[in-house]
Design a protein around this ligand. Structure first.
Ligand code: UT7
Length: 335
């Protein structure tokens, strides 16, 4: 059975940077609180009129260029902020990339979307349905945040990251290892945009004020994020026959720097092995892991041959992990 191999990597951030200081001008918060409680100094935010597809196309172009190929056999876009509720955003991304009539679909698993996307891509490639696939994580979270909610406004940022998967050998560098995936819908209300879906629309009453915005029970989510990312990481490593000591780098969903500290402690791993770009990009939801991968390679933190553990957690609740040996060749291309 062919394995899905990472053959290209790219990312994109919208140019506008919003610093903590800028947020303190309109919200009751401080730079010190945001840095100490979350580990964020600044984040990138889309300009008016920019949509998730715009970010996704830029990241995907870079992933294709880094792989040295002009096209892919399909597009999977993990996002919580599609351009429109209907249709999916991926077909438009595929069209704008000039990929022709390839299969293209969105995947909704909030901050776990990219890892769920890799698993889906691995399955499509292993079954022979596709020879290659762009897996993109892109979110314009700023478009669903309540501008008056100081807790969520300080955490999230916008961005996109993408990998090109191609069919290859399970033993070659870049081959995705076994996956651990899970969900707990009993806790669906911990992270939600309550309005705009069929539950609210079928009531035939307009949404309550504020229900179109993202809501999160941060404290409850925090504990779940730590427990699920640590547990899922361990399961994925067990399935791959690896120990935590075999892992050179952990690329975890950049939810909160303190969550990364706690996951490292739970796994008994040095925090230095966890790559982190949260200070400059915030929590970018589905884009978080591919953006962190891209930045880690550019910063020289992640190198060819490194054994990498990927782990994510998000709304749903959902979580997932996998591992790979970093391929390194030509990844990523210059921005
Ligand atoms: O990506 C998907 C998953 N998401 C996550 O994993 C996020 C998980 N949760 C978190 O990262 C953290 O829970 C938050 C960053 C959301 C909140 O941090 P916390 O340390 O859990 O703060 P808290 O909610 O316990 O609030 C502590 C205090 C409260 O004041 P009182 O009640 O102690 O007086 C809040 O009102 O901090 C206050 N607070 C703020 N203060 C200044 C909340 N937001 C802010 C703010 N600036 N922006």
């Amino acid at each position: 059975m062919p394995a899905a191999v990472v053959a290209g990597l790219g990312s994109w951030l919208p140019p506008r940077v919003v610093t903590n200081h800028e947020l303190t001008r309109r919200l009751d918060t401080t730079d010190e609180w945001i840095r100490s409680r979350i580990g964020v100094t600044s984040r990138h935010v889309v300009d008016p009129g920019t949509a998730t597809s715009d970010l996704a196309v830029e990241a995907a172009r870079r992933a294709l260029r880094s792989a040295g190929v002009p096209a892919a056999g399909g597009v999977l876009l993990a996002t919580t902020t599609p351009d429109r509720p209907c249709p999916a955003t991926a077909p438009e991304v595929a069209f704008r990339l000039g990929l022709g009539a390839v299969p293209a679909f969105d995947l909704a698993a909030v901050c776990t979307g990219f890892v769920y996307g890799l698993a889906t891509g691995a399955g499509l490639i292993a079954s022979g349905i596709l020879e290659s696939l762009l897996v993109i994580g892109a979110d314009a979270y700023s478009t669903i945040l309540d501008p008056e909610d100081r807790t969520s406004s300080v955490i999230f940022g916008d961005g996109a990251g993408a990998v090109l998967l191609r069919a290859g050998d399970p033993e070659e560098p870049g081959a995705l290892g076994p996956f651990d995936l899970g969900s707990d819908g009993e806790l669906a209300d911990l992270i939600t945009v309550p309005g705009g879906g069929s539950r609210q629309r079928s009531s035939r009453t307009p949404p309550d004020r504020g229900d179109q915005y993202f809501k999160m029970d941060g404290r409850a989510v925090f504990g779940n994020a730590v427990a699920r990312m640590a547990g899922s990481s361990q399961s994925a490593l067990d399935k791959a026959g690896l120990r935590t000591s075999d892992v050179d780098r952990v690329v975890a969903h950049q939810a909160n720097a303190r969550i990364l500290d706690a996951v490292a402690a739970e796994l008994g791993m040095d925090r230095e092995r966890f790559v982190s770009n949260i200070a400059r990009v915030g929590n970018t939801s589905a884009a978080s892991i591919p953006l962190a991968l891209d930045h880690a390679v550019r910063d020289g933190e992640l190198r060819a041959g490194h054994r990498v553990l990927l782990t994510a957690f998000g709304g749903g609740l959902t979580w997932g992990s996998t591992s790979l040996r970093w391929p390194g060749t030509g990844l990523p291309e210059e921005q």
